[in-house]
Design a protein around this ligand. Structure first.
Ligand SMILES: [Ca+2]
Ligand SMILES: [Ca+2]
Ligand SMILES: [Ca+2]
Ligand SMILES: [Ca+2]
Length: 636
């Protein structure tokens, strides 16, 4: 925190009170629980005339979802273009909240001039219940809210969650060493590093020797271990765009949760939001989002429209310039807040995980394996496999099947048909094509490594890289396997990665990260669309007959709207309205709608020929919720 202490008294005071022993966190001190967050928020707002706190909703657990608004004045806050910064939708992503508060303080103290032309809305913790559980003495990494869900549909809810058998305060994994015949072993200890569990590579002559479970016992004696733990709805699966209906934690319907509803309502009520930054488990800044795939309707992009690629590329460059971040996991964005903002609200929506695993330091001669900036195949549930949305089948299997089909038939697979495919069909096709099916383990091997596909054999797995990093950095991110006599499973070992250690950096890194994220926010704001009016240019063609020309020019580095929203008309257009009577307009429209103006000097040109007794009384009105309404007088 040294940098901040030098810079400002206010920030120093905030962080002086936020040092607390968060023993539930692998990275120990310095992360804010809800009470500390409230104190920090109030201190930021009380210390400055340009910041206000409001409550935008209440969680299921009865906690307030807070918004802090930064603007030149309260009156102008909702009337000028705004950036929305949202954090803490995933309860485990505590680093996002830390960044949100640091961005707020830093901009208020050092960059408040930017608030004269742009508003910053910050929702630092959208899921206060989920976050709070990650500060409890026993933690397993809580993703979602407090919704009670009967995961196994046995009419009891939350009856068999994980249990801390070895009493170390964490839920980790169990290796069952001598599984019975009816439950064949699935994994073995990685010969390269026995702490890691891998699936056997038959070609290498490997044989599985254990099964993996979440730590715990079968509390309800139904023969299944830990099948229905606490809650919850994953708020990042509860939004409308590609809502993953059959996921166990996606909610009963989109926006079923008060937390997701509060976010959606806030966005719908604020037409002045011109861009959004979501700090959470998704990233579209380190890795350019997919530009090719469509959703099941075939009309909306799965991630982004190819025509918006330049916008995202530019933002990604600004991000790398500001933060230097090179690694970010890929997470499925179905039903996420940030996808909804883009696909259904037309808002340029950027997302960052804030912190990725640093590359092992270069002076370590052991790391001769080149590990370029490949996207890490980590998933939200950290199994290393990406869900396909078809039962528990992993995306890699679907990809292999599609490849096999395309090779055989010479035709491209119509991706929109994938939604019709059932797991049974996959089993059948896979058998015909000789493809081994990869499945996403449902409740269990949360930490099973990304294994398989011979191509990658030589390079280190993601898990191995994490272990290497933890060792280098001296971080306690892994529980060594220890023998334990399980009441029903017999001999097991308990250990594995700690729940939050691969998402949240050591607390001493937070201040420096905060400066980088603030720098990025400032760069984004500077790149925002900026529309100005050129003209009017008026020429009298004959007595009382005039030609009028006006152009709208966007000098910003970003388009006024995403290309996708322009073609799908998901946003309200700018409206230009001429005051003349329709009968007096010989050429041109009385009312024109402008769906978007390109970046870097993009223009929208308008020309009319009108009849007027007194041109000085005529006006052109520009109605624009995001860039402000204006009236142009045609008289000089
Ligand atoms: Ca149940
Ligand atoms: Ca434990
Ligand atoms: Ca059970
Ligand atoms: Ca249990």
């Amino acid at each position: 925190m040294t940098m901040y202490i030098q810079k400002s008294v206010i920030v120093t005071t905030i962080f002086a009170i936020t040092t607390f022993a968060g023993h539930a966190l692998a990275s120990d001190d310095g992360y804010m629980n809800n009470q500390k967050l409230d104190e920090a928020l109030n201190m930021v707002a009380d210390s400055n005339d340009h910041a206000w706190i409001q409550t935008i909703g209440t969680s299921l657990g009865g906690r307030s979802i807070e918004l802090i608004t930064l603007a030149g004045s309260k009156e102008q806050a909702d009337l000028q273009p705004a950036i929305l910064i949202t954090a803490g939708i995933d309860g485990r992503h505590l680093v996002g909240t830390e960044m949100a508060i640091r961005i707020a303080s830093s901009i208020l103290v050092e960059h408040s001039d930017v608030l004269d032309s742009m508003t910053i809305y910050i929702i630092p913790r959208a899921n206060p219940d989920g976050a709070e559980r990650n500060f409890e003495s026993l933690t397993m990494g809580s993703v979602g809210n407090n919704r009670v869900v009967d995961d196994d549909r046995d009419r009891n809810s939350d009856e068999d969650g994980p249990d801390d058998l070895n009493g170390d305060g964490f839920i980790s994994m169990m290796r069952r060493l001598n599984p019975p015949i009816e439950e064949p072993a699935t994994h073995l200890a990685d010969p390269e590093d026995p702490r890691l569990s891998i699936q056997p590579d038959v070609k290498e002559g490997q044989r599985a020797s254990f099964t993996l479970y979440t730590e715990g016992i079968d509390n309800d004696s139904d023969g299944v271990l830990n099948e229905d733990g606490f809650g919850y709805v994953d708020l990042n699966q509860n939004f409308m765009h590609r809502w993953p209906e059959y996921e166990p934690h996606s909610g009963r319907y989109p926006l079923s949760e008060p937390e997701s509803m509060a976010l959606a309502r806030f966005v719908l009520d604020h037409d002045n939001i011109v861009m959004a930054l979501t700090l959470g488990r998704h990233d579209n800044l380190v890795n350019l989002p997919d530009t090719k795939k469509k959703d099941i309707s075939g009309r909306a992009p799965k991630e982004i429209d190819a025509k918006d690629a330049d916008l995202y590329k530019h933002a990604g460059e600004l991000f790398k310039e500001a933060t230097g971040q090179k690694n970010a996991p890929k997470a499925d964005s179905s039903g996420s807040f940030q996808s909804w903002l883009y696909a259904q609200r037309g808002i340029p929506s950027f997302a960052t995980v804030v912190w990725g695993r640093p590359d092992p330091s270069k002076d370590d001669s052991n790391t001769s394996d080149e590990q370029p900036e490949v996207a890490i195949e980590s998933e939200t549930d950290e199994t290393g496999l990406k869900p396909s949305g078809i039962g528990d089948i992993a995306q890699i299997t679907i990809d292999e099947l599609m490849e096999a089909f395309e090779e055989q038939s010479g035709e491209l697979v119509d991706e929109s048909m994938i939604s019709m495919v059932t797991p049974e069909m996959v089993v059948q096709f896979a058998a015909q094509a000789g493809i081994v099916i990869q499945r996403i383990p449902v409740d269990e091997p949360k930490r099973a490594p990304a294994k398989n596909n011979g191509k990658k054999k030589k390079s280190k797995s993601d898990d191995a890289m994490w272990l290497e990093y933890f060792e280098q950095a001296g971080i306690d991110g892994f529980v060594e396997w220890q023998a334990f006599e399980h009441p029903t499973l017999g001999a097991v070992e308990i250990g594995g990665f700690l729940p939050l250690s691969r998402i949240n950096p050591p607390a001493e890194e937070l201040d420096e990260l905060g400066e980088k994220e603030t720098d990025f926010v400032l760069k984004l704001m500077a790149a925002r669309p900026s529309v100005s009016i050129v003209g009017p240019e008026i020429k009298e063609l004959a007595g009382g007959l005039y030609e009028v020309r006006v152009a709208l020019v966007n000098d910003g580095e970003m388009p006024t709207s995403t290309v996708f929203s322009q073609t799908s008309h998901t946003i309200r257009p700018m409206v230009m309205r001429l005051s003349s009577n329709v009968d007096d307009i010989l050429t041109g429209q009385r009312i024109s709608r402008i769906w978007g103006i390109d970046a870097n000097g993009g223009r929208s040109e308008h020309r009319w020929i009108i009849r007027s007794d007194d041109i000085n009384t005529e006006t052109i009105e520009l109605v624009d919720p995001r860039f402000g309404n204006q009236t142009i007088e045609l008289g000089s």
